[in-house]
Design a protein around this ligand. Structure first.
Ligand code: ACO
Length: 325
């Protein structure tokens, strides 16, 4: 009998503090830096983002998203036998945020680890969980994307600080005799490390180098639109499907213009694209599961729909997952 991995529940969590573009403009004005709602909306499609309060960590958001996903799946914490957290903003240098989430959920014993692939992190984590389930290493996995990017932002750099937000999304991925995940495709090219990075590191009790986010937005934009099309075509080919078989494209939520360009290349109308970047900004590894959960709870994505998930981010990393929901 064939063994597949299938999403059985989704969940998400946004911190309560919501900042509109006008709020960001007021914050930056205090530093003598100019920005506007008009500029941010026109260039990115972002209207608002959520930021965590002091003392709230990626594990707090991830654990809450996981609780919701387990409730939606009708699965108890004791049934979970694998936890993978995709994050670039871990609570600690080590241990993994997944270990902290595991403890917060009252689970013990199962393997847990983080995946660090920046904004492609959730697609990477889902691919790893799919492989572990199909080979029998796990039966019921929590796959979580959780980020507190507000902690990495340079509020003196208007070209980056208006783009990102905090949040988490999670899915329960279960073994099933029907698919499920149909095809996956992952890539990276480390020669582009410098175009999107947080270059600092910890050494001898101090942070050395710059611990704030640096991005060459135009270089990222150009790379992103090319690789997203390639990854989408690769998973469709692997699964023997056409663009027209896709019910919903759920791309990484970084910039509405990247999403529109990807949809155009795949000949998908924008009403088949799940868009939450307007309300969440770019939440990195959390953006895809957050968008998925919002679309499920809004009644957009329904059981049986074919979903194309696509991530792209620092590294440079990119990838796609095609699945029947
Ligand atoms: N408010 C007002 N003006 C601004 C702002 C701002 N917040 N930011 C930049 N500007 C100005 C610039 O200074 C520049 O002014 P100038 O012409 O006088 O020099 C002008 O606006 C145009 O700047 P560009 O950088 O050319 O603007 P662009 O149209 O390229 O948009 C953006 C910038 C939004 C960052 C775009 O390049 C982009 O979305 N890139 C992709 C980013 C992305 O997807 N990142 C996430 C990747 S995922 C991950 O791994 C984290």
């Amino acid at each position: 009998m064939n063994r597949f991995a299938r999403i059985s529940g989704t969940g998400s969590c946004l911190p309560p503090l919501r900042l509109t573009n006008a709020d960001m403009a007021a914050r930056l004005a205090e530093r003598g830096i100019e920005t506007s709602d008009e500029w941010i909306v026109e260039r990115t499609g972002i209207h608002a983002r959520h930021f965590v309060a002091d003392g709230v960590f990626a594990s707090d958001l991830g654990a809450e998203a996981a609780r919701q996903a387990m409730q939606a799946a009708g699965v108890a914490p004791a049934d979970i036998d694998l936890i993978i957290v995709a994050t670039s903003t871990p609570d600690m240098v080590f241990p993994s945020t997944a270990a902290i989430v595991q403890h917060k959920l009252g689970i013990a014993g199962c393997p847990v680890f983080d995946v660090q692939a920046v904004c492609s992190g959730f697609v990477y984590a889902l691919t790893v969980a799919d492989a572990m389930i199909r080979t029998g290493s796990a039966n019921k996995a929590l796959v979580i994307g959780a980020e507190v990017f507000s902690r990495l932002l340079d509020f003196n750099d208007r070209t980056t600080c208006v783009l990102f937000g905090d949040g988490a999304g999670a899915v329960v991925l279960e073994a099933s005799d029907t698919p499920g995940i149909l095809a996956t495709d992952l890539h990276a090219d480390g020669k582009h490390v410098g175009i999107l990075c947080v270059p600092g590191h910890v050494s001898g009790g101090a942070v050395l180098g710059d611990p704030l986010l640096k991005m060459d937005g135009q270089a990222v934009f150009k790379l992103a639109v090319g690789v997203l099309e390639d990854a989408a075509r690769a998973v469709l080919t692997k699964a023997g499907k056409q663009e027209s078989d896709v019910d919903w494209l759920i791309p990484h939520q970084a910039n509405i213009r990247i999403m529109q360009s990807t949809a155009r290349k795949l000949k998908l109308p924008m009403d088949k694209v799940v868009v939450t970047v307007n309300e969440h900004g770019n939440t990195s590894a959390a953006s895809i599961p957050l968008a998925l959960d919002h679309a499920v709870r809004a009644g957009q994505v329904k059981k049986g729909d074919t979903l194309l998930l696509e991530g792209v981010g620092g590294g440079f990393t990119w990838g796609a997952v095609l699945l029947d929901f």
